[in-house]
Design a protein. Structure first.
Length: 126
């Protein structure tokens, strides 16, 4: 009985310690904002979406989420307010990179702005 209580105590202790919220350093936060600003100045909305997707993934990696972007999104990180929106934006990025389907620039512009806003929300969470 004591052995079982010890195991449960250790399990609870480890569970609580690994659920601590990770904080991104101010230096990294400034770096990510400068990257965001740089990407926003691109002339091509396709490249903006591609690089914004990479930046979102880098932020999640910095926050100790591991694996590919797709695998991280499957984990549904608590820091992401609207996981469906991020899935949608990531799928748009995939269609740009893999399908080569033509997309209207005004749609890409709107999605690029959405992605920028989602990155700002994520950075504010950390």
């Amino acid at each position: 009985m004591i052995f079982i209580m010890c195991i449960i105590s250790v399990w609870i202790f480890l569970g609580l310690n690994f659920k601590k919220k990770y904080r991104i350093s101010d230096y990294k936060r400034k770096y990510f904002y400068s990257q965001l600003e740089s990407i926003s100045s691109y002339n091509s909305y396709k490249w903006q979406i591609i690089d914004l997707d990479k930046l979102y993934h880098k932020i999640l990696l910095e926050a100790w989420y591991f694996w590919s972007f797709w695998e991280i999104l499957k984990q549904e990180p608590s820091e992401i307010e609207n996981i469906n929106k991020i899935w949608e934006l990531h799928k748009i990025r995939n269609s740009i990179v893999h399908d080569f389907t033509p997309t209207f620039e005004n749609v890409l512009k709107e999605k690029s702005i959405d992605y920028e806003n989602e990155i700002k929300k994520l950075l504010n969470k950390f």
